[in-house]
Write a protein that binds this ligand. Sequence first.
Ligand SMILES: Nc1ncnc2c1ncn2[C@@H]1O[C@H](COP(=O)(O)OP(=O)(O)OP(=O)(O)O)[C@@H](O)[C@H]1O
Ligand SMILES: [Mg+2]
Length: 380
Amino acid sequence: MKSLYLSLFEECRKEYEAELARGKVDEARKYALKCAEILKTLAEKMPGRREFYLEKARRWEEAAEELKTSPPRGTQASLKGGASTDEYRAQVEGLIARSTVTWRDIGGLEDVKRLLARNVAIAFAKRPEAIKPWRGILLFGPPGTGKTLLASAAAGSLKATFFNVKASEVLSKYYGESSKLITALYELAREKAPSIVFIDEVDALSLKRESVHEATRRTLATLLSEIDGFKGGEEEFVLTLASTNTPWDLDEALLSRFPLRIYVPLPDREAIKEIVKIHTKGLDISGLDLDGIAEESVKRLYSGREIANLCNLAIHHMLEEENPELADFEVLSEGDPRKLELRIRPLEMRDFEEAFKKIKSPLTKKYVERYERWAREFGG
Ligand SMILES: Nc1ncnc2c1ncn2[C@@H]1O[C@H](COP(=O)(O)OP(=O)(O)OP(=O)(O)O)[C@@H](O)[C@H]1O
Ligand SMILES: [Mg+2]
C-alpha cells in the first residue's frame, strides 16, 4: 500500500518537473497540489511518519502557492532555446576550467579516489551498449575534506571538458534566468563531449530549504531533466558530479539523480600525515613528529583544509623567525620585495605548536556522526 502511494507520488513529481521545465506553470501547479494530496494520504496511512509526510505536503502546497503568485513571464520562450540561449553561451564558455590537479595532490582518501576514478573511467570508456555508466555522482562530507579537489582531479586525469559551476553563484548571478544558463550549459557540454559538469554546493538548489523561490524550482527542474540526459545520444555523454556538505538538505528528486553517493570523510592519521607532506613540499620536515601532529589533528577534528592551513601557519612562523626584517614595516614599505630573499630552515614542532593554537575546526563530534549516519542510510 505504502509503495503504491510512493510510486504515485514519484510519477506525480516527475510530471510536475516536466511541466515546470516546459514552462507550463499552471500545469505544474496542479501537479504540485496533487503531490501534496498524496503525501497527506501517506501521512494518514502511516501514523509513525505522520509529521514527516505532513511537513512534506506543506512544502508542496507552498510550492503550488508560489507558482500562483509568480507570473510565468518568458518562461516558455526562455526554455525553447534559440536566441535567448545564445546569450548564455558566452557565459557558459567561461565556466570551462582547466584542471591541473592530479590524484597525487590528494592525501589519503584511497578508497574514494579509486571509486571515483573507476566510475569516471567507465563513463568515458568505449563500452558495449549494455553497460550503463552513472550519469550523476555525488560527493558529500564535512567542509574542507577535499570534495572540490577530487572533482578537479577527476577532470585533470581525463581529456574531458570540465565545467565548474557553483550552484549558489548560478542562482544569485543569473537570478530568475538561471535555468536558461543550465540549459545552455548542458547544450555546450554535449557539444564538447565527453564532458564533466561539476556542480559545487549543489544544496543551494535544494527545495528543502526555507523560502524557495520559483526561479530555484525552475532551475532545479531544468537541471534534473538535463542530468537524465534524454537529449543527445551516447556519443554526447555528460557526467554530472556534484558536491555538498549538507546532504540531508537534498530533496529526493535531486538525490535520485545521484545513485552513486561517495562519502568524503575527515582524514584519518595516515591521511593527515600525507596531507602534511603535500602541504610542506620542498621543506625539510625530518625533524617533525608526524604521528604527534596526526594524533592532535584527529582529536581536533581537523579536515584537510585545516591541515593545509596548519602547515601554512607553521611555515609562516618559521619564516618570521628566520627573517626578522619581515616584522619591520619601515623596511618593507621602502624596500623592493622582489629583492627580498627569504631564508628558510627545517620545520620544527614548535612551529606547529604555535599553529595549533590558532586553528579550530568548525565541526563537533555530533556533526561528524550526522555525516556518518547519513552515509550509512543513503550513501552508496
Ligand atoms: N585530502 C587532501 N589532500 C590534500 N589537501 C587537501 C585535502 N583535503 C583538503 N585539502 C586542502 O583543503 C583545501 C580545501 O579542500 P576542498 O575545497 O576540496 O574541500 P571541500 O570538501 O570541497 O570543502 P567544502 O565542502 O567547504 O566545499 C584544498 O584546496 C586543499 O588545500
Ligand atoms: Mg568544495
